[in-house]
Design a protein around this ligand. Structure first.
Ligand code: FES
Ligand code: FE2
Length: 454
């Protein structure tokens, strides 16, 4: 690499899909981070919040869109608008709260006041200082380019050229959200859990699909019975503890144990099949999954959707968990990522069932989550090692199953059946590269269509 070549010219060296090797600079290079902000987070449809968080007129929730913060506001007419949280006078944030209910937004610098639609309705000294010469109608809060919802999930994009949300999500992205929506009359539990990790946003994003790590990373959670461990450990080249105990290789080792779906624009679902998950769970858990047996669920998810038990990822940064949570990986700087957790509950459940559900959710993920603490250590340690003068020259590997992922069309979706693999991680980086390279949506769509293998 030479300093004079642009990052875009070097992308094929940085992410080598043929060898399954990644240059670690993609996690620590400021120039790449700037490009991601512009080409990915400045263009993609991004999840903002769920409609249940802003049910009443004047309710608002502040959400991140790249380096912008937007206020998602329920309007007087019941609609939703997303306003960029920066005053049209001198740029101050017009709202300091994460969420709440207001009649208007007053900037605390000089007092300019905006209504729920972002129109400028109050300017102190309009007559005396501005001599009545300021046209208020020309200085509203700026809005996002497009906003739409799917099943109550609110998304927006800053790009007026972006295709409609429905098309951007495609069947795989919509299926990912259906896997929450189909559980019942779903709403977000008030209070979004947020915390900061010293890592690049792509470490948690690609870990969404990593079913190689649970047997080692989450061995403590398995030891205390929090997640099921497999009784049928294999003894083929497994990990060894410092004391020499062979930890073996656990579940998900046959072709039908794992299902991978790859889709345009980078969406993907990967992980155990529904039956593989069910076979690993103790019987007392089964009542939790009654929603899955309803005919409406079958109709909405389709035959392949019903087989999904793994992890959906809506590109670029939304992970939907198996227990009805959505995790947003919010890039703040190249090595600082906020993790936001939206936990869903079924309004129709009893208070007791809702409490049990929330307990399972927040003790797995989020700042009090056992699994999240185990994962977060790996991500921040992996990040720290990208800084080493020599360590950064060691490529990261995504070679598992490389070239063996045969993609077949099933129920209109691009599917791979395989034992544990790294196909979806590789897909994520392959598509990531295309987002940085392709300024046109047509080219991006064409170049992120799953082929015959990966
Ligand atoms: S910066 Fe907002 S009123 Fe001046
Ligand atoms: Fe994990």
């Amino acid at each position: 690499m030479t300093a004079s070549r642009s990052v875009v010219d070097r992308l094929d060296e940085l992410v080598n899909v043929e060898t399954g090797e990644l240059d670690r600079r993609i996690f620590s290079d400021e120039e790449i981070f700037d490009l991601e902000m512009e080409h990915i987070f400045g263009r993609a449809w991004l999840f903002l919040c769920h409609e249940s968080q802003i049910p009443k007129r004047g309710d608002f929730f502040e959400a991140p869109m790249g380096r912008d913060n937007v206020l998602v506001v329920r309007q007087r007419d019941g609609g939703i608008k997303a306003l960029i949280n920066t005053c049209s006078h001198r740029g101050n944030a017009v709202c300091r709260a994460d969420e709440g209910n207001v009649k208007n937004f007053m900037c605390t610098y000089h007092g300019w006041t905006f209504d729920l639609a972002g129109e400028l309705v109050g300017v102190p000294g309009l007559k005396d200082f501005y001599h009545d010469e300021l046209d208020k109608s020309k200085h509203p809060l700026r809005r996002v380019a497009q906003l739409d919802t799917y099943q109550g999930f609110v998304f927006a994009t800053m790009d007026p050229e972006a295709p409609p949300l429905h098309e951007f999500l495609g069947r795989t992205g919509r299926l990912s959200l259906d896997l929450v929506a189909q559980r019942g009359d779903m709403e977000v539990v008030p209070g979004i859990q947020k915390f900061v990790l010293k890592t690049n946003w792509k470490f948690p994003a690609d870990n969404t699909f990593d079913f190689y790590h649970p047997q080692i990373t989450h061995i403590s959670a398995q030891a205390v019975g929090m997640v099921p461990s497999s009784p049928d450990t294999l003894d083929s080249g497994g990990a060894m503890t410092p004391e020499g105990k062979n930890l073996g290789v656990q579940r998900l080792r046959t072709d039908t144990d794992t299902i991978v779906l790859l889709a345009e624009y980078g969406h993907a679902i990967s992980g155990p099949s529904w039956s593989a998950v069910m076979s690993a769970l103790p019987p007392e858990y089964m009542s939790i999954f009654e929603w899955h047996d309803r005919p409406e669920t079958a109709a909405a998810l389709g035959p392949l959707g019903l087989q999904i038990g793994g992890h959906p990822h809506v590109f670029p940064n939304s992970w939907i968990t198996f227990d009805g949570q959505l995790s947003l990986r919010v890039p703040r700087t190249v090595d600082t990522t906020e993790i936001w957790w939206f936990s869903f509950r079924n309004r129709a459940d009893s208070a007791e069932a809702q409490k049990a559900h929330l307990g399972r959710q927040i003790h797995s993920f989020g700042p009090a989550g056992f699994l999240e603490q185990e994962d977060g250590e790996n991500w921040s340690q992996s990040m720290a090692q990208t800084r080493g003068g020599e360590a950064r020259n060691v490529p990261q590997l995504l070679k598992m199953g490389l070239g063996r992922g045969k993609i077949v069309q099933d129920d209109g979706l691009a599917k791979i059946e395989a034992p544990v693999n790294e196909h979806a991680q590789l897909w994520t980086y392959l598509v990531w590269k295309e987002w940085l390279k392709r300024p046109s949506w047509d080219e991006l769509r064409r170049n992120t269509k799953p082929g015959e293998s990966i």
